[in-house]
Design a binder for this molecule. Structure first.
Ligand code: NAD
Length: 257
């Protein structure tokens, strides 16, 4: 399947899942726009290198996804897009009584409102072409809850609601909107936590992964950024033309429990 001729914007893609999704879309032939809030030479180098490795056009556009006008400007500066992957996200873990208000506001802005703004900005171009793919990277926490993650769980549940509304507003127009719900994914951020967890629990790497980190993931295996990338490419393929307004879990059985 080739995505040649399609331009993809992936928000929050200078690391982790976003970068994995960008790799997969570029490998399928799409032009890719990487994004985060920083504007360092290494961010632009990352895009240049990715584009060169896959023989596709690739750019990095800095924009802070906590700010509505910057979300809309990202889409405009990219020249619109055929594929929009709303991936930027942050987390904070604290009981609700002491949950900092500014953390609540930031999580809702980045995890939820940014998708509202980028979708609103991208849809007119998709409608004009009669083709578009919107993929929101939600979470197993879009479908289930955990204590101390009020803002994250609320934002991810809300993103699924937004995805469904967009699917209804675009039905029959060649545009689909879906949410991918990953369980625990092995990103550099998660990898970095393993040595500390091994020390705290006095366990080997394998045991701390199985017994502590993946306690809620029945497969006892991390999902990978490549699997999230592959699921995104699938949602952009003709096989997925009638898949819209739904969620796809990539969570090793977490939400089946
Ligand atoms: P990560 O921290 O590696 O990536 C987050 C990305 O968002 C980074 O590129 C970061 O620079 C960017 N970002 C943060 N604030 C931003 C802002 N204000 N503006 C623009 N970009 C910003 O984390 P990740 O694990 O790759 O997470 C990516 C997405 O996947 C998030 O939405 C997260 O909630 C979701 N997710 C992750 C997991 C997991 O286990 N890693 C599981 C389920 C869902």
């Amino acid at each position: 399947m080739s995505l040649a001729g399609k331009r993809a914007i992936i928000t929050g893609s200078n690391s982790g899942i976003g970068l994995g999704v960008a790799e997969a879309l570029a490998a399928a032939g799409a032009e890719v726009i990487l994004n985060s809030f920083t504007d360092r030479p290494e961010d632009h180098d990352l895009a240049r290198d990715l584009g060169a490795r896959h023989g596709v056009a690739a750019r990095y556009i800095a924009a802070d996804m906590s700010k509505g006008p910057e979300c809309r400007a990202l889409v405009e500066k990219a020249g619109g897009c055929d594929i929009l992957v709303n991936n930027a996200g942050i987390q904070h873990v604290e009981p609700i009584e002491s949950f900092p208000v500014e953390k609540w506001d930031a999580i809702l802005a980045i995890n939820l409102s940014s998708a509202f703004h980028t979708i609103a900005a991208a849809l007119p171009g998709m409608r004009a072409k009669g083709w578009g793919r919107i993929v929101d990277i939600a979470s197993a926490h879009a479908l289930t809850a955990s204590p101390y993650k009020s803002a994250y769980v609320a934002s991810k549940h809300a993103v699924v609601g937004l995805t469904k509304v967009v699917a209804l507003e675009t039905a029959g127009q060649g545009i689909t909107a879906n949410a991918i719900c990953p369980g625990y994914v092995l990103t550099p951020l998660v990898e970095a936590q393993i040595p500390e967890q091994m020390k705290v629990h006095k366990m080997t790497r394998e045991t701390v992964i199985r017994e502590v980190m993946l306690e809620r993931q029945p497969s006892r295996e991390f999902a990978t950024v490549e699997q999230i990338g592959g699921t995104t490419v699938f949602l952009c393929s003709p096989a997925a033309d009638q898949i819209t307004g739904t969620t796809i879990s990539v969570d090793g059985g977490w939400t089946a429990l």
